[in-house]
Write a protein that binds this ligand. Sequence first.
Ligand SMILES: [Zn+2]
Length: 409
Amino acid sequence: MTDRLYYHDSFLYEFEGEIRDITESPRPAVTLDRTAFYPTSGGQVHDTGWITSGAAKHRVTEVADREDGGVVHYLEAPVKELAPGSRVRGEVDVVRRRDHMQQHSGQHVLSAAFVRLFNMTTVSFHMADDYCSIDLETLSLTREQIEAAEGLANEVILENRPVNIRFVTRDEAGKLGLRKIPSTERDELRLIDINDFDVTACGGTHVRQTGQIGCILLRKTEKVRQGYRVEFVAGLRAVAAARRDFTTLTESAALFSAHIYDLPQQATKSQEEIKALRKQRAQSLEELAAAQAAALLAETPEADGRRLVVRTFSDRDINSLKLFAQKLTRLAPNVVALLGTISPQAALVFAQSIGQPFDMGGRMKEISARFGGRGGGSKDMAQGGIADSSQVDAALADAKASLAATNTH
Ligand SMILES: [Zn+2]
């Protein structure tokens, strides 16, 4: 059983202790008789820091609870000079600990604010590396409620209320109106008491005055199975998050040459412009296809009662090829069009005016397969792809030859 010094003082960053046991594998680790290092538990992640003995300084990378009540300090590298009984000094990473205190105490204030204002209970707390979240038991959560809870939490922070650690029996705790009483075997409970605002049973590290939380900023909310998840950041994390947000907004606003507050309107305006331009472009393409089809048809002589257009394009996608084929075959009742494109992808379109006798779908299936691709379609309009763009002309020539061989009389 390790004596947990952080239980009584979250601001104790340095301490002395004696090694109880040492493990080399699977990971190097030491257990001490006493520690100020916080092990991952109750939603709060572990401290990091250093354990030193003489001139040797060992990095503590992770701290965990052991079932027998010990606290295990995992080290970056194996230790050679230490043995059970060695005296060591522990040093907790202050920046990380302060951050964790700001987040965890911030969570207590926020959870209490949701209870006070809307009777919403916090069912779980999660601390990640750059944000935290609580899950609230509620069927709905509005933006106004979010802002009201954030407002009350920041007021309590500003009031700089004392935060005390108290130890009571379970019976005493029952009379104190705790947010929730944990279901442990232990008779003694550790309470975090935010003066006249909240009392919660908790083993975490906490600030001494709510002012040390700094501030609290609520961010994303999302519906989860048992209610709503609310992401928040407290203290310096809130400052870092606001800084990141501002940088992102500033960069985005620069793209529009706009003020950051005008971004939503500017983005909406841009989207509308893009929509209008797309519509305009489609219309222009259609008009262009019609004009080109008319010009091409005018220079195509009639032979055997039909006008056969065979053409390879170098830069059209299959959709504009189809559009072109459609225009051609509708301009006159006797048109047969065999079209190909070599980029962006080798593709073929075969089409005929309604009433013409060929089976374009069947022909496409056969020709595209012959050139290592696949395709098909209806009697009057068919499309396909082939593997090699240098074979487009050859495929069209084959298609032309097969039409000539078909007896249509
Ligand atoms: Zn807590």
